[in-house]
Design a protein around this ligand. Structure first.
Ligand SMILES: [Zn+2]
Length: 311
């Protein structure tokens, strides 16, 4: 396991232990058999994965199983199997097991969270974020999920405002000691980063900075989804409050550029570069803008030529 990667303490662990007896872990490698709830065949848990792949590549929805309760127990075992695989660093195998857990399983939030953790460990933080989001959608009372979501936001470079919200949420849900300590550490790191940003801003409060950060990232989201008018609104708002935000100006320029408003775009990039002469987004797009102005082409072509980094 790499250091610094947030870990999920399985909230269902107690339940799994209860269902299987406290020596559950030892049983995994023992000769004990469990029954496949789909075809009824007895098999060792560690063989279950192969069995599923071979005989039940498509697992039916949980409500179609002849005995739902047994099905849930079987899903618990799958989650446990996946968590053991994770501990042993067998990420791909763990994902395959987790993919076998059908929708309708009451611990589905944990499944999504585990998949998020795997993706983080495989170096796919952007994707992991979607899984943690799904986990908190399914169960918003679990501090682990909120903590993992918060730390995923940090991994993908923000928004810090979102990371802070999620981490505070985790702390508000009476987390265990480990999650509490990690969450407090994370908040400390976030606040340090905010303070650092504030050094460059004259007399701006933490609250204002966080609010603008939120608007900025909403703007980024709108650009991604090609909602250019909404994006323009968000970036314009940030610029109206913080005249020295080269990031907001640069991205406002980008939106103008995509809308074919080249003069406005140029003005924004230039203003951004007055604040920070080495700001790559403005530098690169200003250079592109000159080429594009010479031969505009259509919007689809234009998008390919625009540089989309939001730093
Ligand atoms: Zn079977």
């Amino acid at each position: 396991m790499e250091e610094g990667i947030p870990r999920l303490r399985d909230p269902d662990e107690a339940k799994i232990k209860k269902a299987r007896g406290s020596n559950w872990r030892e049983n995994i490698s023992s000769e004990e058999f469990v029954n496949c709830p789909i075809c009824g065949v007895g098999l060792k848990l560690k063989r279950m994965f192969e069995h599923l792949n071979r005989f039940h590549p498509e697992i039916p929805p949980l409500d179609q199983w002849h005995d739902r309760e047994e099905g849930v127990e079987f899903c618990d075992a799958l989650v446990e199997l996946a968590s053991m695989m994770l501990e042993e660093g067998e990420h791909e195998a763990a994902v395959e097991v987790l993919e076998k857990v059908p929708e309708g399983y009451p611990g589905m939030a944990a499944v999504w969270c585990y998949r998020g953790i795997v993706l983080q460990e495989l170096g796919e933080p952007e994707e992991s974020l979607q899984y943690f989001k799904r986990a908190v959608e399914l169960d918003d009372k679990c501090p682990e999920y909120w903590y993992n979501l918060g730390s995923a936001y940090i991994q993908v470079g923000g928004p810090l405002s979102e990371a802070l919200k999620c981490t505070k949420r985790a702390l508000g849900l009476n987390p265990d000691r480990e999650v509490k300590e990690n969450a407090e550490k994370l908040i400390g790191g976030i606040m340090e980063a905010v303070e650092k940003e504030l050094e460059r801003k004259e007399s701006m409060s933490v609250e204002t900075w966080l609010e603008l950060d939120e608007h900025f990232h909403q703007g980024i989201e709108h650009v991604r989804e090609e909602r250019l008018d909404l994006a323009e609104k968000e970036f314009s708002y940030v610029v109206s409050v913080d005249k020295c935000s080269e990031k907001a100006l640069g991205n406002l320029g980008l939106v103008h550029m995509l809308k074919g408003k080249f003069d406005e775009a140029e003005r924004c990039f230039q203003r951004a570069l007055e604040i920070n002469p080495t700001y790559p987004l403005a530098l690169e797009n200003l250079a592109r803008l000159k080429e594009i102005k010479a031969s505009p082409g259509n919007l689809a072509e234009l998008r390919k030529r625009v540089v989309f980094k939001h730093y």
